[in-house]
Design a protein around this ligand. Structure first.
Ligand code: AGP
Length: 608
């Protein structure tokens, strides 16, 4: 939800570094983009549209400076126009600001600044910041103190970065929106073989500068950073020094490229065998029939409440079922609802499931749980993310960087990780069979990827009016996820239902123009009941696509079959979901949609 980049200390390529960084952050927003470079004056270029529009706008322009900031936007205040694109400036043009988040008291600040004679050019909340800085500078405050004083006036969520003409520094602050510093302060050979000194970066996320350094410092809420070619420091907003740990990221820059695939989403779907192996590696003792979840094994929760959003909420529904199967009362809540009207928590462990670790609704729910005295566990993909740092405990799903806005490999790794947690924290019947199924899972995902008929199914139904997905128990979250993926990237109407619920209303929507995807695995009572629902659908002339392991006779009633290998019901859910990911992907490709950057969406939603 908006991406920020900043760089200082580069030789002559600050602009290139900024634009390249923005291209790596486009998954966070792509309504408009812009850059500001400062030396004795501040040069700005900003443009509505994706980064390529900014590149075109920069062509032929001489824009330079040794200190720079950039931004790619996901609109919250005002439409995606050139005027509303970041960076925003003060009246003099000497101050430029990029911002991610929402400034809740902006109207009051704006009224105050307008009364003091400031002229505003945009509809954004952000524009109050450069004018607040300008107001301080006019009063004779030095630049750093001016930015601190301006930030101190802000209420709401923000990651801000500020440059000022004649000041070879970037000032940055965060509250409820992510910011990470990148340190490249060992003298190193530049591309031309020359030696250069120190360079420092800041960004909403590491991929923005990962090509230049792997050493990072995660800012916490209430912190203020100053970056110059001569060094960096972090303090509280009030100026108290803060000692920060320097971390090293353990993934390669190549991992954020497309590796020859047309889209990040397709690449990430195909990465699932590897990401699942990473999730499971060194955590499963197949011979001993146990899993190792470290200190979490001692938590002994008497109840579990999951909080999550979107795809992660579907993983949470699945996780809650696993804990219930082990005899632990467990429920999954939509984080946005939990945050404002939490249920009685008692002594339940509250588990936040979030790929990014930065989703504002999930953070709010976890904070509310902590405020009520609950223990919290963050299940996330992003090391050093806010959820990872704020939760009492953290479990990493280790899926590797995911760039496509539509979550794919991280959902699979969430499901695998939730299996590990449920096995490691409870006494689950049949643990050996589950562990053995988990071991086979990466290879079976590969089998599905190699032989899927999803493209033919997509071609057959690409013109359909709407798509429905049904499943029971562990296949119910898969039905919801299949529908979310399809609607997210194809813009077509899609809904997932608990299979038994169809006859209580949604069946009225079913026609010969609405294919129904039915997840039917095994041949037990659940499968038979779902087959009963399939027959009801067939009787209304709706096409049926069965996602099945072939154990039941559902194929008799299906128009198409998407086959998965026979396995445990827990891992069958992961395999069925891979088929649905491929259907969504191929349908979107046939419709020529913007698959990696669907309209109106952002990868990480850092506003409530
Ligand atoms: C998934 O395809 C979506 N992009 C979205 O639903 C996402 O899962 C949701 O916003 C939660 O994000 P998180 O996992 O980073 O918290």
């Amino acid at each position: 939800m908006c991406g920020i980049i900043g760089a200082v200390g580069r030789d002559d390529d600050t602009l290139d570094v900024l634009v390249h960084g923005l291209s790596k952050l486009e998954y966070r927003g792509y309504d408009s983009a812009g850059v500001a470079l400062a030396d004795e004056s501040v040069d700005i270029c900003k443009q509505a549209g994706e980064i390529d529009e900014l590149r075109a706008a920069l062509e032929g322009r001489s824009i330079g400076g040794s200190v720079g900031i950039g931004h790619t936007r996901w609109s919250t205040h005002g439409p995606p126009t050139n005027e509303n694109a970041h960076p925003h400036q003060d009246c003099s043009g000497d101050v430029a600001v990029v911002h991610n988040g929402i400034i809740e008291n902006y109207q009051q600040l704006r009224d105050e600044l307008v009364s003091a004679g400031h002229t505003f050019r945009s509809d954004t909340d952000t524009e109050v910041v450069p004018h607040l800085v300008e107001e301080q500078l006019r009063g004779g405050t030095d630049p750093e103190a001016a930015v601190r004083a301006a930030v101190d006036r802000l209420e709401g969520s923000y990651a801000v970065a500020v440059v000022i003409a004649g000041v070879e520094r970037i000032f940055a602050a965060r509250n409820d929106s992510p910011l990470v510093l990148g340190l490249d302060d060992e003298t190193a050979a530049s591309d031309g073989g020359e030696q250069r000194g120190s360079a420092y970066y800041l960004a909403s996320d590491v991929p923005a500068f990962r090509d230049h350094t792997d050493r990072v410092v995660y800012l916490d809420d209430g912190e203020f950073a100053v970056l110059g070619a001569d060094g960096w420091r972090v303090t509280t907003l009030a100026g108290e020094p803060v000692e920060k740990r320097v971390d090293t990221v353990d993934w390669d820059p190549e991992e954020t490229g497309k590796s020859g695939y047309d889209h990040y989403m397709l690449k990430e779907i195909h990465e699932q065998p590897r990401s699942l192996r990473q999730s499971l590696s060194e955590r499963v003792d197949e011979l001993g029939g146990s899993v190792d979840v470290g200190e979490l094994a001692d938590l002994n929760p008497r109840g579990v409440q999951f909080v999550a959003c979107g795809t992660s909420y579907h993983a949470a529904l699945y996780g809650a079922e696993l804990f219930r199967q082990a005899g632990i009362p467990a429920q999954a809540f939509r984080a946005s609802e939990f945050a404002t009207s939490p249920p009685p928590i008692g002594d339940a462990l509250v588990i936040g499931v979030t790929q990014s670790g930065e989703t504002a609704d999930t953070l709010s729910a976890l904070r509310e749980a902590q405020r009520r005295g609950a223990r919290t566990l963050g299940v996330t993909n992003v090391v050093g993310s806010t959820v990872a740092r704020e939760s009492d405990h953290v479990f990493y799903i280790r899926a590797g960087p995911e760039i496509g806005v539509a979550a794919t490999k991280t959902f699979a790794s969430q499901l695998a990780s939730l299996n590990l947690l449920a096995l490691g924290m409870t006494s689950t019947d049949g643990a050996r069979e589950i562990i053995s199924a988990l071991r086979d899972l990466p290879g079976q995902v590969q089998e599905v990827l190699d032989a899927s008929a999803a493209r033919e199914v997509a071609e057959t139904y690409v013109e359909s009016d709407a798509y429905f997905f049904i499943g029971r128990e562990l296949n119910y979250p898969v039905a919801l996820e299949g529908a979310l993926k399809l609607k997210e990237i194809t813009y077509k109407h899609a809904e997932g239902f608990a299979a038994g619920e169809l006859k209580h209303g949604p069946l009225a929507l079913v026609t010969d123009q609405t294919p129904v995807f039915a997840m039917v695995t095994g041949d037990g009572e659940l499968a038979q009941k779902t087959i009963g629902n399939v027959k009801e659908i067939e009787a209304r002339n709706a096409p049926v696509v069965a996602v099945t392991d072939g154990q039941s006779d559902v194929e008799r009633y299906a128009d198409h079959v998407l086959r998965i290998p026979e396995t445990h019901p827990r891992t069958a859910a992961v395999l069925s979901n891979v088929q649905l990911q491929l259907v969504a992907y191929h349908t979107a490709a046939l419709l020529n949609r913007s698959i990696d950057k669907p309209r109106n969406l952002a990868k990480s939603v850092t506003v409530e």
